[in-house]
Design a binder for this molecule. Structure first.
Ligand code: ATP
Length: 303
């Protein structure tokens, strides 16, 4: 076996979800326009994007609820369409708009899933942790209650893969943390998680990698650590003398704020050219920080 074949085999072993050149057009609307993604076993992949970017459409294609206009999706090395039943048997899915039977109680929903997936070992813990009353009919539940029901249904079989469309919508911060704890635990045990989100903080908190989608195209795909720590710095400097702005007209450097004697810069990439220019002046104060994910997100979106 050559080294390349070995690498390919390792990839096949660890890659759980693969999306290749996926497109979904609705007439003139290019909801998803040729995206590529892959998610490894045990990874928590955050799929970030604004309203209408194409997140739900991608998730519906992955779940084989709608057929793509072009492209290929595989999960567990199985075809998302041809082998959809096998894939669904290993997948916990949470829809963006939780689909439930209004006349059923939570308990009836859980029994239905257990009839297909086998008895859950964690159902009573889930019910307790999410403070959920399983005897109430779904139609009587608040939107948060419905969300809890959807989450418990997605989690109860401890699936090998979780596909979650904005899982923390309508939940209070305490319950959001409960969702994060479960997701992190599942991933630690080897489950693979693909979740869409609007929420940068939750992505920063739990995801290992993030794909940013805008108008149907992936505009960035990186590890959260890489996005956060390497790429963008914010430098705040206060000077003792007047500064020539021409000194900081450097590639990748954007002037955020400028006021008498002080300057705030957003730097994409290497910070050394900026620091060298600062040697031309007497500094009163200097603060270098990593940009928040919010700054990074904006930097990508403005591009
Ligand atoms: P949100 O965060 O608001 O849920 P999203 O990123 O999930 O947004 P999608 O729901 O995938 O975005 O929508 C992507 C684009 O495709 C939007 O312009 C939307 O209007 C369009 N679209 C989605 N479904 C349909 C459909 N069934 N028919 C026509 N257009 C659609």
């Amino acid at each position: 076996m050559t080294l390349l074949e070995f690498d390919l085999n390792i990839n096949r072993m660890t890659q759980v979800l693969s999306v290749q050149n996926l497109g979904k057009y609705y007439g003139e609307t290019k909801a998803v326009d040729g995206i590529n993604l892959s998610v490894e076993k045990g990874e928590i992949f955050g799929f970030l994007g604004p309203n209408g970017a194409g997140k739900t459409t991608t998730i519906r294609c992955i779940m084989d609820f709608i057929r793509p206009s072009f492209g290929k999706i595989a999960a567990f090395n199985l075809d998302s369409h041809l082998d959809s039943v096998q894939i669904k048997a290993k997948t916990g899915y949470l829809s963006g708009d939780v689909r439930i039977y209004e006349n059923w109680t939570g308990q009836e929903h859980f029994r239905f899933i257990e009839s297909m997936r086998g008895k859950s070992k964690i159902l009573s813990k889930l019910i307790k942790d999410f403070d959920f009353d399983p005897k109430v009919k779904a139609k009587k539940l608040s939107s948060g209650g419905k969300q809890k029901l959807g989450i418990i249904m997605a989690f109860l079989s401890e699936p090998e893969m979780l596909i979650l469309d904005e899982p923390t919508t309508a939940l209070d911060p305490l319950l959001q943390n409960t969702v994060y704890d479960y997701i992190l635990n599942f991933a630690r045990e080897g489950s693979t998680v693909f979740m869409s989100s609007h929420n940068l903080h939750e992505v920063q908190k739990i995801c290992s990698r993030v794909g940013i989608i805008k108008q149907g195209k992936i505009i960035a795909e990186e590890s959260v650590e890489e996005l956060r720590s390497k790429k963008i710095h914010v430098v705040k400097a206060t000077f003792d003398s007047k500064v020539s702005m021409a000194d900081f007209d450097l590639s990748g450097v954007e002037v955020f704020k400028e006021s008498a004697g002080s300057l705030t810069l957003r730097i994409k990439g290497d910070i050394n050219p900026v620091i060298s220019k600062m040697h031309n002046y007497k500094l009163k104060d200097l603060e270098v920080s990593h940009a928040s994910l919010e700054d990074i997100f904006m930097a990508y979106y403005e591009r």
